[in-house]
Design a protein around this ligand. Structure first.
Ligand SMILES: NC(=O)c1ccc[n+]([C@@H]2O[C@H](COP(=O)([O-])OP(=O)(O)OC[C@H]3O[C@@H](n4cnc5c(N)ncnc54)[C@H](OP(=O)(O)O)[C@@H]3O)[C@@H](O)[C@H]2O)c1
Length: 430
């Protein structure tokens, strides 16, 4: 067998330790598929004394992660530190500049600096691979970049954040409020102490920006995304959605039509029969629609040591075999740079849930506001009777434009008989 491919691994946390363990555990099968052994020769982390559940004796230890790029024994740099700036960015740039292939799981870095890194990767002929950056163990990048490369993609969508999916699933199954489930998720280690990155949709947006760039052949552009998280999803809306035959999921959706590309992350109602509706708990899913293939749905574990290491090692085997591709699937110079469509141009159906005083004329005022914005109703549901008190009223609209919906909502929210800000969830036929 040929000589080993030598790695320098920066970051020995959940993913880094997982990669070292997987490379050892499956060394034989990995070597067979790679055509040669893959061997870690150098590592870097902050705390040398920390027990990581992985033996690092005999490996070169670099206090400064960026030094891995210059280590003459290191052929491939594996960046598993995280963050869009700081040591992770410096190391990836240094490695590419040194002509060394890089494998990373860092979606924040790719979504923020992906365009410049792709140019650097091309200029230096150093591959940059990132299968683990989106949906953990699901081979979503390979699927889009290689498996579906013959298609024009019209839509790519997914459950891209396991923390949010876990919270929404628990809220539905147990009927509990968001704050209670978030606390349990933190205790179980499914949510960070500072959960904002996950629950406000930023992490899902990083992954969607990457998928959209690959699917539609345009420069990755995080700023073009519309982002909403799950803080305002209530157990009541989840229950009412169930009565209407829907599940509420935080989805990232990017689609392309004649008008352009839209990319958005927000809570959605999806029909219970949709393949994505039954993807529960910490699981992720990625769905793509191509003109030749039709719909493809992949689901699996989106995080954790094993699934993420599985994706990192797949990239390493590709590099060992000399199988490389441009960062965004096509040469940077061929990628489109036109801005995407603003969210106001989005078209779709909407679920509205209002808390209204149970008194005559209220529904007429609400439907009047919708009529004036040219929005027609598909159905309406009123729960309970409590004269003079607030009761929930649910309205499901036909397809309309986001801008029309926002103007109707402003009027509805201002009605004296509407006692809470309306809950609005977009309906997606996936
Ligand atoms: N966790 C997942 O399931 C998952 C899934 C997909 C993608 N990812 C991505 O994978 C990357 C790593 O995530 P993780 O969960 O493994 O993070 P983590 O558990 O927090 O580990 C981060 C590692 O980076 C090391 N580190 C931090 N600053 C450093 C520096 N200046 N120089 C050298 N090492 C430094 C830390 O060292 P110490 O151990 O000494 O503190 C730690 O070993 C991130 O980009 C993340 O977004 C993670």
């Amino acid at each position: 067998m040929s000589k080993a491919l030598k790695l320098g691994v920066a970051g020995l946390g959940t993913v880094g330790a997982g990669v070292l363990n997987l490379l050892r555990q499956n060394a034989e099968v990995i070597a067979a598929r790679a055509g040669r052994p893959i061997e870690v020769v150098a590592v870097s982390a902050r705390d040398r004394a920390r027990d990581r559940g992985v033996d690092v004796t005999g490996l070169a230890w670099h206090e400064d992660a960026v030094a891995l790029a210059a280590d003459p024994n290191v052929e491939v740099v594996v960046e598993l530190i995280g963050g869009s700036e700081g040591p992770a960015r410096k190391l990836v740039e240094a490695a590419l500049n040194a002509g060394k292939p890089v494998v990373t799981a860092n979606k924040a870095l790719l979504a923020t600096h992906g365009a410049a890194l792709a140019q650097l990767s091309e200029a230096k002929a150093s591959p940059l691979a990132y299968e683990a950056a989106v949906a953990g163990g699901i081979p979503a990048i390979k699927a889009l970049r290689e498996g579906l490369a013959g298609n024009r993609i019209s839509r790519v969508a997914g459950i891209l954040n396991g923390t949010c999916n876990y919270i929404l699933t628990e809220m539905r199954v147990k009927g509990l409020p968001f704050a209670t489930v978030l606390k349990t998720a933190q205790e179980l280690g499914y949510a960070e102490a500072d959960p904002a990155f996950d629950i406000d949709g930023v992490d899902a947006a990083h992954k969607l920006a990457i998928l959209a760039a690959l699917a539609f052949g345009h420069q990755v552009d995080l700023k073009a995304l519309h982002i909403e998280g799950i803080r305002n999803v209530s157990a009541l809306d989840i229950a009412l959605a169930g009565e209407l035959g829907y599940r509420i999921k935080l989805l990232g959706i990017a689609s392309q039509d004649e008008a352009g590309v839209t990319a958005r992350v927000h809570p959605c109602m999806v029909p219970e029969a949709s393949p994505i509706a039954s993807v529960d708990g910490v699981f992720n899913a990625v769905l793509a629609e191509g003109d030749a293939v039709g719909r493809v749905v992949l689901q699996g574990r989106g995080a954790g040591a094993g699934p993420t290491a599985s994706a990192v090692v797949a990239d390493l085997i590709d590099i060992a075999r000399g199988r490389t591709a441009p960062v965004w699937g096509a040469a940077s110079a061929t990628l489109a740079t036109a801005p995407g469509l603003p969210m106001e141009r989005h078209r779709g159906a909407y679920y509205l849930r209002l808390m209204v005083l149970d008194q005559p004329g209220v529904i007429a005022d609400v439907t009047g506001a919708l009529r004036d914005a040219k929005i027609s109703l598909e159905s309406m549901l009123q729960r309970g009777r409590a004269p003079g008190e607030a009761v929930p009223v649910v309205l499901v609209t036909h397809e309309c434009e986001e801008a029309e919906m926002q103007s109707a909502l402003a009027r509805i929210a201002a009605l004296p008989s509407v006692v809470e800000p309306p809950a609005v969830i977009r309906i997606e036929e996936l």
